[in-house]
Design a binder for this molecule. Structure first.
Ligand code: GN1
Ligand code: MG
Length: 359
């Protein structure tokens, strides 16, 4: 393993680096907390950027800088205090770069936000706050003047994800297709309906806006009283349908089981969480949300478990080249768990619609 302390010292840090320890459970980047001097709380967060996935690191860090600068400006306009706890603060390298390239790997450093908490699961009360926070995040970015690039091209384009799955099936490199026929058939039965977003976009009815595109519950920092401090993990901030942020939050938060639950009976789509989150989200986005976006929120709630099933299944068929796995069938277990969640959301679509129409 590389000497992580030496990597930290490439950045504009003055203090003596004491220890560097792993942080979090992301499936893509490797994240570490950095302790300095004798402090008990970490001072920085060091991240190795997975550049197999984020191939244009310049574009990536450029996007993030534009987004954090814009949010900081908005927070100042709103007279917010404690800005360093409400927006991520990246530290440049000693030669004034946004990331450090060690000849093989890419690294970045940001300030650790102390006394903050992340959760894998939330209560309805926290969901309301999260809805408001992600809504406000989109709202703050709705008037950003700079253009942002797609750090992963067509990241949440379900048509592309389906074609990647079909290609994986075609190649069947590790011979896993025969055991997953059932899921492939079920996915194909819904393919047309699930591509509605892309269809509406082509018809000019649905806009793209700047979205976070990875609004899992654990990508939000809360303070000890349950207030949202800030949204983290900004790698995938890019133009997308607002469905991305709405749907991906519920995919993790409304699931009564785990993303990779082996016991499918643990999984259900929790309507209480849905209602609380939707209420907050609609409040946070009222300045810009269009009727076509609002009426398709139940579609978004189905789309994300569907898309995640497609992505986990494609990775399983491809021999696990994208997501970190903990055991050989991990991507298959994830596929089954996400599919169960999709089915639950599908059954509750009308209930969701009724709720949205009632507020
Ligand atoms: C990845 O790294 P992490 O865990 O925040 C993935 C998301 C998936 C998620 C599934 C860049 O996010 O799109 O929804 O795993 N990020 C990327 O847990 O592919
Ligand atoms: Mg994450």
């Amino acid at each position: 393993m590389e000497n992580l302390k030496e990597i930290v010292l490439k950045f504009n840090v003055e203090n003596e680096i004491n220890e560097v320890k792993p942080l979090g459970e992301g499936l893509i980047n490797d994240t570490f907390k950095v302790y300095v001097n004798d402090c008990e709380t970490p001072k920085y967060v060091l991240q190795r950027i997975n550049n197999a996935i984020f191939q244009d690191v310049d574009l990536l860090q450029d996007n993030i800088e534009k987004v954090t600068n814009h949010i900081r400006k908005k927070l100042i306009e709103k007279n917010e205090t404690n800005l360093d706890r409400k927006v991520l603060n990246f530290i440049k390298t000693k030669d004034d770069k946004r990331f450090y390239f060690d000849g093989e790997k890419y690294w970045r450093l940001m300030v650790f936000i102390s006394d903050s908490y992340t959760y894998q699961a939330v209560t309805p009360e926290y969901s309301y706050t999260a809805g408001l926070a992600f809504g406000e995040f989109q709202s703050m970015l709705s008037d950003i003047e700079e253009t942002l690039g797609e750090t992963i091209p067509s990241f949440h384009n379900i048509e592309l994800r389906l074609s990647q799955l079909r290609e994986a099936v075609e190649n069947d490199v590790v011979g896993r297709v025969k055991e997953v026929r059932y899921y492939l058939d079920e996915i194909e039965k819904r393919a047309e309906v699930m591509c509605r977003g892309e269809q509406l976009y082509r018809e000019g009815k649905l806009p793209k806006r700047i979205c976070h595109c990875d609004t899992k519950v654990n990508n939000m920092l809360f303070d000890k009283d349950g207030n949202v401090l800030c949204v983290i993990d900004l790698d995938t901030v890019m133009p997308s349908f607002i469905f991305s942020d709405f749907g991906d939050f519920l995919r993790s938060a409304a699931n009564t089981g785990a993303e990779d639950d082996k016991d499918l009976n643990n999984i259900d789509f929790n309507m209480e969480i849905f209602e609380a989150f939707t209420k907050g989200y609609l409040e946070g986005t009222k300045s810009f949300l269009l009727p076509i976006e609002k009426e398709n929120l139940p579609y978004a709630a189905k789309l994300f478990p569907y898309m995640q099933t497609v992505r986990f299944l494609a990775d399983y068929i491809n021999g696990d080249t994208y997501y970190k796995i903990q055991y050989p069938e991990h991507n298959l277990v994830r596929t089954k768990a996400q599919w169960r969640l999709f089915e639950c959301a599908e059954r509750k679509e009308n209930l969701m619609l009724d709720f949205i129409n009632s507020i």
